[in-house]
Design a protein around this ligand. Structure first.
Ligand code: L34
Length: 302
């Protein structure tokens, strides 16, 4: 039997509709417009694509949205000054510095410089700590993990008591999604295992998973034999494996592939996310949700 395809694209569109109404109401009742700045350093094609997606969505939702492009050779000092400028700007409720940054800049230093109350990426140590404590303490959940949780819950999988196996231990995906899924509460309460490059018998762990979350950045890493029949498979990999001519526009576009062998896996899994159109659109949408939350909190709404 073929798996149900979990469309991140459709679920993201639903959430954006909800957000759009919320933004309209905020404008009418409180005269507050969510403000988001995305800072892009250099010209990494993948980063350009993601940041463009974020800006497009922010505009569609009626945000006050700024794209701030900086040259590859900007100094760390200048970038820190830029972050500080937006920290002080009352119209801006969310600041995002797209990663990765060029090698001469200390990524940690830059992320630490963002006001934790404008850190809509949820990468600042204060927000990482809040997430780990959990419950009401958590303020901004990082966007990709928050999107993954939504996908699992909205596609009807029971998380309570489920065996969740996370492949990968990055600060952006692996570590935070593991923390989210083990919290006590709705949409979590799972038994979580994190596997990584130091793990022996990767396949044995994966085979146990009721919910398998793969964020390794290795195209096709997870083989169909590693998947438990009927399980939920979330493929976070967005690997650029080549280029092709777009049928729509005739322009050259990237060929994207996930970390899971999708065609074979969909014959075994109960549900699976595609790449593209799975986790990616959810990442962008959760950023919008965090920005709305930040604008509301700073205006004292709710
Ligand atoms: N600061 N840096 C910061 N915040 C983030 O949340 C990110 N991330 C990751 C990389 N660096 C970051 C993103 O934005 C990954 N990421 C991201 C965002 C969107 C998409 C993929 C990754 C996405 O929209 N993917 C589409 C395909 C887009 C394309 O054609 O390139 C998809 O359907 O999967």
């Amino acid at each position: 039997m073929s798996a149900k395809i979990i469309s991140g694209k459709d679920i993201a569109a639903q959430i954006r509709e909800e957000l759009k109404k919320e933004v309209e109401e905020m404008k009418e009742k409180h005269n507050v417009i969510p403000g988001l700045v995305t800072i892009l350093v250099g010209e990494n094609p993948a980063s350009i694509s993601y940041v463009t997606g974020k800006q497009k969505t922010a505009h569609e939702l009626g945000f006050n949205s700024i794209q701030d492009d900086q040259p590859e050779d900007i100094s760390e000092e200048d970038l820190l000054a830029l972050v500080d400028k937006y920290n002080k700007d009352p119209q801006i409720h969310g600041i995002l510095v797209q990663l990765p940054l060029p090698k001469h800049i200390d990524e940690k230093k830059v992320l630490n410089a963002i006001d934790p109350d404008k850190d809509v990426d949820g990468f600042h140590p204060v927000n990482v700590g809040r997430l780990m404590i959990g419950g009401k303490e958590a303020k901004f959940l990082p966007c990709t993990p928050a999107g993954i949780q939504e996908l699992i819950v909205r596609s009807g999988f029971e998380t309570k008591g489920a065996e969740v196996v996370v492949v990968g231990r990055s600060n952006i995906v692996g570590k935070p999604i593991a923390n989210i899924m083990l919290q006590k509460g709705e949409g979590a309460n799972s038994t979580v295992t994190v596997v990584h490059t130091g793990t022996k018998n990767l396949d044995e762990h994966c085979k146990r998973a009721d919910i398998l979350i793969v964020a390794a950045g290795v195209p096709g890493l997870v083989k169909p034999e590693w998947i438990k029949p009927g399980s939920c498979v979330i493929d976070v990999g967005v690997n650029r494996v080549g280029e092709k001519k777009s049928e729509k526009t005739g322009k050259m576009i990237a060929i994207l592939r996930g970390d899971v062998d999708f065609e074979a896996a969909k014959e075994i899994a109960g549900a699976i996310t595609p790449v593209p159109g799975g986790v990616g659109p959810m990442t962008i949408t959760m950023l919008m949700k965090n920005t709305v939350k930040s604008a509301k909190t700073s205006a004292g709404i709710e």
